[in-house]
Design a protein around this ligand. Structure first.
Ligand SMILES: NC(=O)c1ccc[n+]([C@@H]2O[C@H](COP(=O)([O-])OP(=O)(O)OC[C@H]3O[C@@H](n4cnc5c(N)ncnc54)[C@H](O)[C@@H]3O)[C@@H](O)[C@H]2O)c1
Length: 363
């Protein structure tokens, strides 16, 4: 890469103006690092709605129209349905734009290779954003563990419960492509939202050498099968083991400003444990991080535990990075492939009856 940091505001465009735009946009508001010059979405309704945020930006129905408009663009925020990620990213990189892509990166390794090749071929940066790595309680959990506060790590547990009542509205159009993904074996629990949990595992404890999975099914409507109950466990190259249980609780009310997702991360060390009690939703109304050691519990009451803030921090990290080129992208395209391999190893294991699969060996 011959990346040259910008010494002026980055000229940016949003490609896809749907549900998650509401959070991705946070990093762009009142940020002198960036100037939003264009908005792209085939939906006229979405264009009109988002134009109100950026009256000075031009709106287009397609990226091709933007590319031929003469408007100069340096980087784009790609917020597309997952099925469009591979072709979309190859197209966007081909126009000479750096790309900040929403997760999951794509559905399989062949698509990932095409995307990485397009980044190399066009000498542009492909980042696959991972907002969970910017959620302050998780960052503090990582620091707490790394500082040795709970002793050497023995193992850890991630919990995730999806419910349907209590969060923000998700339009039917946002669900339709998710249902297509489910039919292709890339479910919303394990693959779409689950991508974050797998990403945090790698971020916390490093590369994975073996995955064992039991992926279940819950039918919630005609031709709509959710990929839970699911249990996935794994061993890192360090020897630390993790386990993640995924549950659907269709009738549970969960207070949330966003999606109805009750999540926890609990790391057990030789002397104590550290637990993040919630993330997307507001399940447990305790401090968002608690650390137990030597008979005493410490609660962190003043962390920024608004899940939306993780998008703001992730987006600002990207826009600052474009001005420095310094430090990790969180994630680079290559690192995102490690997350994809982790998920694919889970599918291969479950299909094989729970056998151990090395993510490096999935094809
Ligand atoms: N980080 C997170 O926690 C998180 C949460 C939700 C969604 N996401 C991810 O964000 C992405 C988008 O999800 P969403 O929920 O906003 O979906 P959405 O369906 O609400 O929005 C997608 C938008 O893309 C538009 N679109 C379709 N084809 C297009 C094209 N060719 N060019 C430009 N725009 C096009 C659609 O009209 C729609 O407005 C997905 O990858 C999803 O997995 C991430």
């Amino acid at each position: 890469m011959t990346f040259q940091p910008y010494d002026r505001p980055v000229r940016a465009a949003f490609i896809g103006l749907g549900r998650i735009y509401d959070l991705n946009v946070l990093a762009y508001v009142d940020n002198p690092d960036v100037e939003v010059v264009a908005l792209v979405d085939p939906s006229e309704e979405r264009r009109a709605q988002r134009q109100a945020d950026w009256p000075g930006a031009r709106a287009f129905a397609s990226a091709a129209e933007l590319a031929s408009s003469g408007i100069e663009v340096d980087a784009v925020e790609a917020l597309l349905p997952v099925q469009l990620h591979a072709d979309g990213v190859v197209e966007l990189l081909g126009y000479g734009w750096h790309v900040n892509l929403q997760k999951p990166m794509c559905n399989d390794l062949r698509e990932a290779e095409r995307m990485l090749a397009a980044a190399r071929g066009n000498d542009k940066i492909l980042r696959v954003m991972e907002n969970y790595l910017f959620y302050e309680p998780l960052r503090r959990l990582k620091d707490t563990v790394a500082a040795g506060e709970i002793g050497d790590v023995c193992s850890y547990h991630i919990k995730m419960v999806g419910s349907t009542y209590g969060g923000w509205d998700v339009p039917i159009s946002s669900w339709l492509w998710q249902w297509e993904q489910m039919k292709r074996g890339r479910g919303i629990m394990v693959f779409d939202d689950g991508w974050h949990k797998l990403a945090t595992a790698i971020w916390l404890f490093g590369p994975i050498r073996e995955v064992r999975a039991w992926i279940g099914t819950t039918s919630v409507g005609p031709e709509v099968d959710l990929d839970a109950p699911t249990t996935i466990c794994w061993e890192h190259e360090s020897g630390v083991r993790g386990v993640w249980d995924v549950t659907v609780a269709m009738d549970m009310y969960l207070r949330s400003d966003y999606y109805t997702n009750d999540e926890r991360w609990e790391v057990t060390g030789r002397r104590g444990y550290a637990r993040v009690n919630r993330c997307t939703g507001r399940g447990i109304q305790q401090p968002s991080l608690e650390v137990y050691r030597d008979g005493e519990m410490r609660g962190y009451h003043a962390l920024d535990d608004d899940w939306g803030s993780s998008f703001l921090a992730s987006g600002r990290h990207w826009l600052r990075w474009l001005h420095t080129g310094d430090g990790p992208l969180l994630w680079s395209g290559d690192e995102a492939v490690d997350v994809l391999r982790f998920a694919l190893a889970g599918y291969a294991s479950s299909a094989g009856g729970g056998v151990g699969v090395n993510p490096k060996e999935v094809t």
